[in-house]
Each structure stands twice: as structure tokens, then as C-alpha cells.
Write a protein that binds this ligand. Structure first.
Ligand code: CP
Length: 342
């Protein structure tokens, strides 16, 4: 039995097989390969695309997705081991997840400290603690069926792999083509999970990858080292830049994503003072004109005229809607692969 927590648990060949299966299903239709199969979904955070795309994906494959999200009537879970449960938690995952496993063929979880509806950056501990991904790791510890990561603190692999599918759909063979992953201004600190998975996917495709971000917004070193190794393995490269205008030159894909600076996890007040001076990190037509007619990508939701201008988002080069639709096709391929091989 294999979980789907990060694409880095899979070889580039395995990932390519999943992407190709998704492209084929989109082009030629799919069979009801998961008839009678059940996906149980737990969203501890808000979602539009991920929730809908998993429900529709299971339906298209003949199965059923059950949404057991917090607030939908299930009991508050306890994740700590050896705890006296005399406070707010009612059910330990040690019982809950084996029970769910008996009635499910896969379990999908979204658990991210920073995906919230709050208008302000929410309080989180230091990155080293957040990085432990306690909730989703707790699920994998007790699950008897595959667990799919629908976004944790560290990775959003369905977004990453869906983006890889979109890139292949638009560019054909992506090897050697320039992919720019750029930080964008946002009024609050967002998670790093999406950027980590997008970065990993572009490296797995063997692209010439540049990550552009303001000084101080460095990504996790361990993740960077893994991305570098995978880029090398795929025949591509990975570089970093603190200048959007330098990075955008000759790009064929520009993907925008905001994230909170790792070193300020737990100290957003300090981060905000610097962040507020970075409003010029917006993707506009002048910057896009530096590229080689690049497609514009964003995982959504996006703040118009904050992260990217209307002119870019509404242009024929914007592929954000295709990118969102492809979440469904890639997840169909992931579900089919995981459930039928477990
Ligand atoms: N991109 C993405 O995961 O969207 P949702 O947060 O709406 O699921």
C-alpha cells in the first residue's frame, strides 16, 4: 500500500505514467474503473477546487467521495499520543482512522495551518514544528488504505502534478523550456506547500527552472536540495533570483505564488513590515512582455490586481482555468493508480 503525500515519494517514471494517464482520460474519456470504491475526505481548511475536483473525479470513475470535513458533524479528533482526553477532543485518530479505513478504499486529507479564511496572517509555530505535518502524518500512521495529501503544510502534490499535466498539455515536451516560479505580493502570509510541489514538478519535467522571490523569502533547504537532485536526474536545472525582471526573460511559463517567509513563522508582525514594501512584486503586462510569450499560471484562488493584474489574468496567455480543471483529471489518474494497486 502506498500513500500520496508528496511526489518525491515517486520516481519520475511513475509520475510520468500518471500524467500520461490523466492526459489520455481527458482526451479519450475514462472507464468506470473505481465502481463501488469509496474515498473519504477530511478538509480541516477551506477549499473550492480540491473539494469539487475530488468529488467529480470519483463520480466519473464510478466511485463515491464522502466529505467528512470538520464542521460537518464528525467529532473533534485528538492527534497527540498518551494524552488524557479531558479537554475539547472527543475521538482519538487511533480509533477513528481504522474505522474509516474499514469503510473506505482511500482517505484524502487537507490539513494546513495557513489555509484559512482569515484576512490576517494566522499565528503559527516555528517552521520546524509546522513542517512535521502532524495531522496528515497521524492519518498515515493509522490508515489501512492509501492516504492522499490534499494540501499539508509542506506539500500540495495534486496541485504540483496537475500543473505538470497542464504544462505538458500546453508545451508538449517541456524538457529544456524555461519555467519561472515567482513570488507575488499578498496581504497575508500563505503556506509554502503549493510552491514546494510546483517547484518539484517543474524539476521532474526537466525544465530550466528559476524561482524568483524577494530577499528573505528563501524556501526550505532540504526541499531545495531534493528539487536540485530531481532536476539533475531529469536533465534540467534549478536557479534562484531576487529579481522578477531578470527571471522573466525568455520564460515560456510564468507561475505566480505567494508564500510566507519561513524565518518569520511565529513572527508575522516583523514579516508584515517588510511584506508591505513588496507590493511591486505583482505580475503585470510589462513583466510578461519580457518573456517568450509565456503562459501565465496560478493555482487559485488569486487576488486580482494584488498578485496579478486583470490585464494578465484576462489575457489569452492565462491558463489558470485549464490548470484548475486539470486538477480533476490528474486526481482521477492518481485515484485509479493508488486504489487499484493497493
Ligand atoms: N488550488 C487549490 O488547491 O484550490 P482550493 O484551495 O480551492 O482547493
Amino acid at each position: 500500500m502506498k500513500h500520496f503525500l508528496t511526489t518525491t515519494d515517486y520516481t519520475q517514471q511513475e509520475l510520468m505514467k500518471i500524467i500520461k494517464a490523466a492526459l489520455t482520460m481527458k482526451k479519450s474519456g475514462c472507464k468506470k474503473t473505481l465502481q463501488g470504491k469509496i474515498l473519504s475526505m477530511f478538509f480541516f481548511n477551506p477549499s473550492l477546487r480540491t473539494r469539487l475536483s475530488f468529488i467529480v473525479a470519483m463520480d466519473k470513475l464510478g466511485g463515491l467521495a464522502v466529505d467528512l470535513s470538520s464542521g460537518s458533524g464528525n467529532f473533534p479528533f485528538e492527534f497527540e499520543e498518551n494524552v488524557i482526553m479531558d479537554q475539547g477532543t472527543i475521538e482519538h485518530i487511533k480509533e477513528a482512522i481504522p474505522v474509516v479505513s474499514r469503510m473506505s478504499d482511500a482517505i484524502a486529507v487537507r490539513a494546513s495551518d495557513l489555509v484559512t479564511t482569515s484576512s490576517e496572517s494566522v499565528k503559527v509555530p516555528h517552521w520546524n514544528k509546522v513542517k512535521k505535518d502532524t495531522v496528515i502524518r497521524g492519518f498515515t500512521k493509522y490508515a489501512k488504505v492509501p492516504v492522499i495529501n490534499m494540501e499539508s503544510n509542506v506539500y500540495h502534490p495534486c496541485q504540483g502534478l496537475g500543473d505538470a499535466m497542464t504544462i505538458m498539455e500546453k508545451l508538449g515536451n517541456p524538457k529544456g523550456k524555461k519555467y519561472v516560479l515567482t513570488w507575488a505580493y499578498h496581504p497575508k502570509a500563505l503556506p509554502m506547500a503549493t510552491v514546494n510541489s510546483q517547484l518539484m514538478s517543474a524539476c521532474d519535467l526537466g525544465m530550466e527552472v528559476t524561482v524568483a522571490y524577494p530577499e528573505g523569502w528563501d524556501l526550505d533547504e532540504e526541499i531545495i536540495n531534493s528539487a536540485k537532485a530531481r532536476a539533475k536526474q531529469a536533465g534540467g536545472s534549478l536557479q534562484f533570483s531576487n529579481s522578477q525582471t531578470d527571471a522573466f526573460k525568455d520564460a515560456q511559463i510564468v507561475c505566480a505564488k505567494s508564500w510566507g517567509a519561513m524565518k518569520y513563522y511565529g513572527a508575522w508582525d516583523q514579516e508584515k513590515k517588510i511584506r508591505e514594501k513588496l507590493k511591486h512584486w505583482i505580475i503585470d503586462k510589462t513583466k510578461m512582455n519580457l518573456t517568450n510569450n509565456a503562459y501565465f499560471m496560478h493555482c487559485l484562488p488569486v487576488r486580482r490586481n494584488v498578485e496579478v493584474t486583470d490585464e494578465v489574468l484576462d489575457s489569452p496567455f492565462s491558463i489558470v482555468i485549464d490548470q484548475a480543471e486539470n486538477r480533476m483529471w490528474i486526481q482521477m489518474a492518481i485515484l485509479d493508480y493508488l486504489i487499484r494497486s493497493s
